[in-house]
Design a protein around this ligand. Structure first.
Ligand code: URA
Length: 219
């Protein structure tokens, strides 16, 4: 995990060969829906595992069958809220919750309209109450213009102020990150890689195409 030099609190996983290999498979246009979904689940699991390295740990005593010794619990892992932004975040959440199994899960249906306006439609919101000790992880695989996420973060903030507010995605465009950090500077962002740019249709380049269409085989 490495912090990007351009922003504070923005991390990529370019130093993880395994995560980069899964990303390579997702980028490949020959990868079918089954393998694409499996790849997203894998990324959720491994990124979730990497995230625990940034969480607060408590030392505890543990009795083995032979004697007492020192152990740890990852305290923050017990207080997680995962917000799944429909639809492409579903497999990512499935992987994340394998590591963060205590998580309460919220669902938000939000999507970007067509060019040139890219207006955000938010039709369904079901979010648990957020407590001060919570780490809220908003999952959305593609951080493109950032418009959807800015609205989603605004919505999530209505449910309480967490200890940490994290956006976890697969790929991001620099434009989207800058806009999110401008609107919500305290938000931490974790992605496998920050790509080059957005094209005129709002797709990330080189990217991986439309994550929802590729995961579910339906535009
Ligand atoms: N959403 C996607 O699925 N892909 C992009 O490249 C941008 C937004």
């Amino acid at each position: 995990m490495m912090e990007d030099k351009r922003w504070k609190g923005v991390y990529s996983f370019e130093d993880s060969p395994f995560i980069m290999e899964v990303l390579t498979e997702l980028r490949d246009k020959e990868t079918d829906s089954i393998s694409f979904r499996k790849g997203l689940v894998k990324l959720g699991r491994y990124m979730g595992y990497e995230l625990t390295k940034t969480m607060e740990v408590e030392k505890i005593k543990v009795e083995t069958p032979l004697e007492e010794t020192e152990g740890v619990v990852v305290k923050d892992r017990r207080n997680v809220v995962i917000i799944t932004v429909l639809r492409a975040a579903i497999p990512l959440m499935e992987g994340l919750i394998k590591v963060l199994e205590h998580a309460r899960v919220g669902i938000i249906s939000a999507s970007r309209g067509k060019a040139p306006k890219f207006e955000i439609e938010m039709n369904y919101v079901k979010v648990p109450q957020v407590k001060p000790e919570d780490t809220v992880i908003i999952t959305d695989p593609m951080i493109a213009t950032g418009s959807t996420l800015i609205k989603v973060i605004e919505e999530v903030k209505k449910y309480g102020s967490p200890k940490r507010l994290i956006v976890l995605g697969v790929l991001a465009a620099p434009e989207g990150i800058s806009r999110i950090k401008e609107a919500h500077p305290e938000v931490e962002i974790f992605v496998t890689k920050i790509d080059r740019e957005l094209n005129e249709k709002g797709y990330i380049l080189p990217g991986l195409g439309d994550a929802g269409d590729r995961a579910f085989g339906a535009p």
